[in-house]
Design a protein around this ligand. Sequence first.
Ligand code: SAM
Length: 301
Amino acid sequence: MTITTAGTTAADIAFHYDLGNDFYALWLDETLAYTAARWDGIPPGEPDATALPRAQRAKLDHHLDLVGARPGDGLRLLDVGCGWGAMLAHAGRDGRIAHATGLTISRAQYDFLTARALPGTETRLESWEDHAPERPYDAVVSMGAFEHFATAGMDRAERLDVYSRYFEACHRWLRPSGRMSLQCIAYDGAADGSGPIGDFVGADVFPSAKLPRLSEIAAACDPYFSVVALTASADDYVRTLASWSARLLRARVEAERLVGPEGYRRYRRYLRASEVTFLRGAATLYRIGFRRRDEPLRLSA
Ligand SMILES: C[S@@+](CC[C@H](N)C(=O)[O-])C[C@H]1O[C@@H](n2cnc3c(N)ncnc32)[C@H](O)[C@@H]1O
């Protein structure tokens, strides 16, 4: 089956995400979340072994709060870009979510999740552009996927077109008054990703991904959604990346066995380069909560 997308191609997704589930499991925590955790209230001195999973679960709960899912609600949830299933595994725990569908365009993640067979979940090897649910969802979450929806070759108008199509699709998938959350890295102090760090990450780690700016997200969502919450925290990514780096360093021997010394060095450099990007304020992390508008607004250009 061929997956076509306007964003990061399935081949480029495979270059990064299909390096090996075992490799990622070495340095991610037990939730297998591969996006920034939420560190509010977690003291810097807490041992990494408990701090990172606690911060990841706090992030997952925060997204369930953003979509208004309360214990026992039993909602139908869509997770766009579900990775190795952190949200799919977490969402049903206290009955907030009765059924969760996850989309990924990584074959390795899809195979991993199919074998994991989490109760009350369905995983689809499908781009959001092709998703056509039989019934509306109560809620949509997406963490760390929006960065893949546009590519480095697109100009601002082309990016806005893709982002608008994404929000239009979410509007179509959701029931009236449905809620949505988005977690996304975006440029902040840097106008774009040019420069040595951006070149390295673009060429060697995340080929053909392109970060948005907040102004682009705001313009694209406005006809379809009301923004009900927005937080920015570069620090959440700094702490998460530092934790992943430390874990990868501790797992060096096994990591080199799985991906070779060059693969290990490339990931160490990428995690450090990403940390510096957030420390310098070139990029930040947004978490945004949205409420579906009943009818799309016709806004003048
Ligand atoms: C950084 S991972 C985040 C995974 C997960 N949300 C988490 O927090 O651990 C990005 C995910 O986005 C998915 N993705 C990228 N482009 C996509 C697209 N066009 N449609 C659906 N999923 C996509 C990838 O397959 C991957 O699962």
